[in-house]
Design a protein around this ligand. Structure first.
Ligand SMILES: [Zn+2]
Length: 313
């Protein structure tokens, strides 16, 4: 099975620049699908540049209806239409998005070659908005100027690791099934290999996304012990007043949330143009939380690997 990868597509707050796109994160290899979280202006460019595949992209999750988090949908939807996409797409977003996109398509008399299913996300309480055999997506309220949600994407059932030292000579097909927790029986029903004797459970993988939001301790319960927490850090703590006024967070506050929810790793993003050298955000956060990554366009993180490692060197 492929590891789950997170690819950063956009890192800037509010407006794009020559160097940076606005918000967008791509998750790959969830049930062999790709999922996009937020879709800032022009995001189809980094999407195609950094490994996005329009036939694999099956779900898009939008946190709120500030333009830097969804306006790129128009371009992405049209690009996929031009490329001949026929695979259906599901978009999860707070109420209002379907009307906006429908109006845009109607104005240009565009009949898409694929179907879009719009799922409206409640923004006043935490709710599971998607679930299958392997993955669950929880949407939970964030504290921002308009209704906004964060997401927690969690593995429903953790995988098991095969203990190679115990299983010399066992056929690969049996190993694959035992890693999924299945005991191997002979044709007459007698037990050949018991899964738990040859495998051990791995911690379930999870990823949480908190953007845009002011510092808000109510998110801690939804982000508890995640493998990777993405938390916005639009400002530095010296700009706390500005952060409070705009209901955004500082790098220090992002680290405080990561610490309190006992995340394994923290990914900072949604940076203000005021600080072209993003190392200042990482330095501020590291004084509180040890394992910090600074989002950068094209950055790829292997979430399975992060799940087994304690800290980012
Ligand atoms: Zn916003």
């Amino acid at each position: 099975m492929n590891p789950v990868w997170l690819t950063v597509l956009g890192t800037a707050a509010a407006v794009p620049s020559f160097e940076h796109y606005t918000s967008g994160l791509l998750l790959s290899y969830l049930n062999d699908e790709q999922w996009l979280i937020d879709c800032g202006e022009g995001i189809q460019v980094p999407f195609f540049r950094y490994g996005g595949n329009y036939n694999k992209l099956r779900r898009i999750f939008i946190s709120h209806l500030h333009a830097d988090h969804y306006i790129g949908l128009v371009g992405l939807i049209m690009s996929m239409h031009m490329h001949g996409r026929t695979t259906p797409l599901t978009i999860y977003a707070p109420h209002g998005l379907a009307d906006i996109l429908t109006a845009v398509l109607r104005a240009s008399d565009t009949q898409l070659k694929y179907n879009i299913d719009y799922q409206s996300i409640p923004t006043n309480a935490a709710r599971v908005i998607y679930q299958d055999k392997k993955w669950e997506v929880l949407a939970f309220p964030l504290k921002h100027r308009i209704p906004t949600v964060g997401f927690r994407i969690s593995q429903v059932q953790a995988e098991r690791r095969f203990l190679t030292e115990k299983g010399d000579g066992i056929p690969y097909e049996y190993i694959r099934r035992m890693k999924e927790g299945e005991d191997i029986l002979a044709e007459d029903g007698t037990l050949l290999y018991k899964s738990e004797d040859y495998t051990e459970p791995l911690p379930a993988l999870s990823f949480a996304y908190c953007s845009d939001t002011a510092y808000d301790e109510s998110v801690i319960e939804y982000c508890r012990e995640v493998t990777l927490l993405y938390h916005e850090s639009t400002f530095l703590h010296s700009e706390k007043e500005l952060a409070e006024k705009t209901l955004h967070a500082t790098a220090k506050e992002a680290a405080l949330i990561a610490h309190q929810c006992q995340a394994k790793h923290l990914l900072l993003g949604h940076f203000s143009y005021r600080h072209p050298d993003r190392r200042v955000f990482e330095e501020e956060a590291r004084s509180i939380f040890p394992s910090v990554y600074t989002a950068k366009e094209g950055m790829k993180l292997n979430l399975n690997q992060l799940n087994y490692s304690k800290t980012h060197a």
